[in-house]
Structures are given as C-alpha cells and as structure tokens.
Design a protein around this ligand. Structure first.
Ligand code: SF4
Ligand code: SF4
Length: 87
C-alpha cells in the first residue's frame, strides 16, 4: 500500500502521520496538544459525567492537519492516534 509522502529540505522523503482521534477516556484536557498545533486542528470539548463535567480535547479540523505529530510529542498521556494517508 502506498501512502502520501512529503519531501524534506534535504531532499529525503517522509510520510506524514495525520491525526485521526483522541482517546477521551485518557485525555486530561491539559491543552498541550492544542497549543502545539499550528494548524488549528484541535479544540476543547466539554463532556458530561455522572455528577460532573470535564473538558477534553477533540479533533475539530482534521482536514487541515499536515501530519507533523507535534501534538503527540506534547501530550503527556499518549492520547492521540495518527495514520498515514493512502495515496
Ligand atoms: S499532526 Fe501536526 S498539524 Fe496535525 S493535529 Fe497534530 S500538531 Fe496539528
Ligand atoms: S495533550 Fe493529551 S492529555 Fe492534554 S489535552 Fe491534548 S490529548 Fe488531552
């Protein structure tokens, strides 16, 4: 299977890993991923729980993702999943 690839400045190729999901059971809503994304792909979301509500992050604009994985590098909980795009 072939995937979409990019070219680095030095001419070598790389395979973007586009964001696909955030594990809402693990996310603590710290927003580190949100702050690290320069492409506006993520946004906060409030979920209701039994007696409470809490903020988590969700993928709001995956179409703008460049697959850099900066969000995952910033996340302390390993919540984000990425996938290459089929060419
Ligand atoms: S992979 Fe890069 S562009 Fe995509 S959501 Fe994460 S930080 Fe943003
Ligand atoms: S960095 Fe990780 S734990 Fe923090 S809001 Fe983003 S996905 Fe959730």
């Amino acid at each position: 299977m072939a995937f979409v690839t990019g070219i680095k400045k030095n001419g070598s190729s790389w395979t973007p890993q586009f964001v696909s999901s955030i594990d809402k059971e693990v996310c603590i809503g710290c927003a580190r991923c949100f702050k690290s994304c320069a492409y506006g792909c993520l946004g906060p979301y409030e979920i209701e729980e039994e007696d409470d509500a809490r903020m988590i992050m969700q993928v709001t604009n995956d179409g703008n993702c460049i697959g850099c994985r900066a969000c995952s590098k910033a996340c302390p909980k390993g919540c984000l999943t990425h996938e290459p795009l089929e060419a």
